[in-house]
Design a protein around this ligand. Structure first.
Ligand code: CU
Length: 186
């Protein structure tokens, strides 16, 4: 009696394990997507500016909490540049720069919170290269509308499009072989 009831249980357990494995493979990277992410910035990441900026504006995916929004500007020597306190409007945080920035590389570091309360931090760099400020040869200016690069992780499309493409190739190749066989026998 107990031996009889064991077999269906084992089968059920096997199916459950299979379903669990499929669920793990199919489930998207939800935690990464749920966190706040830098969407755009002014100056843009890796921008080469011909005039020093007077403010830094960062736009995020989710609404910011003014109490937990930090934006720090520093120069190539990692010295902090004085700025005003962050002014938050919805998902955008802005700080004004108190001084005129000399030519050189600068880093913008930020720390904000996600909707779930978890902190998110990252940084990016831009360069000030004012042709009127120094006799150094002018470098072609990069577009300020370049893609935002941050140290935060981004959820890519994953291996599924690749797998779907490979499956399509197999199906098409199989169809071609079948057609050739039918023509050969006809
Ligand atoms: Cu979280």
């Amino acid at each position: 009696m107990t031996a009889r009831s064991r077999r269906p249980n084992a089968a059920v357990a096997g199916v459950a394990a299979l379903l669990a494995a499929v669920a793990v493979l199919v489930a998207p990277a939800a935690p990464a997507a749920a966190h706040n992410t830098l969407r755009a910035s002014d100056p843009a990441a890796a921008a080469r500016l011909t005039a020093p900026p007077t403010r830094i504006s960062l736009t995020f995916l989710q609404k910011l909490d003014p109490a937990f929004t930090t934006i720090v500007l520093s120069d190539a020597g990692r010295r902090k540049i004085p700025t005003g306190a962050p002014v938050v409007a919805d998902a955008t945080g802005t700080v004004t720069i108190d001084q005129s920035l000399a030519d050189g590389a600068y880093t913008v570091a930020y720390r904000v919170v996600s909707a779930d309360g978890h902190p998110v931090q990252g940084s990016y760099s831009f360069t000030v290269d004012d042709p009127t400020a120094s006799p150094a040869p002018a470098v072609p200016t990069a577009s300020a509308a370049g893609p935002v690069t941050s140290s935060g992780r981004s959820a890519g499309p994953g291996p599924w499009p690749l797998a779907a493409g490979a499956l399509l190739v197999i199906v098409v190749a199989g169809g071609v072989v079948l057609l050739r066989r039918r023509r050969a026998t006809a």
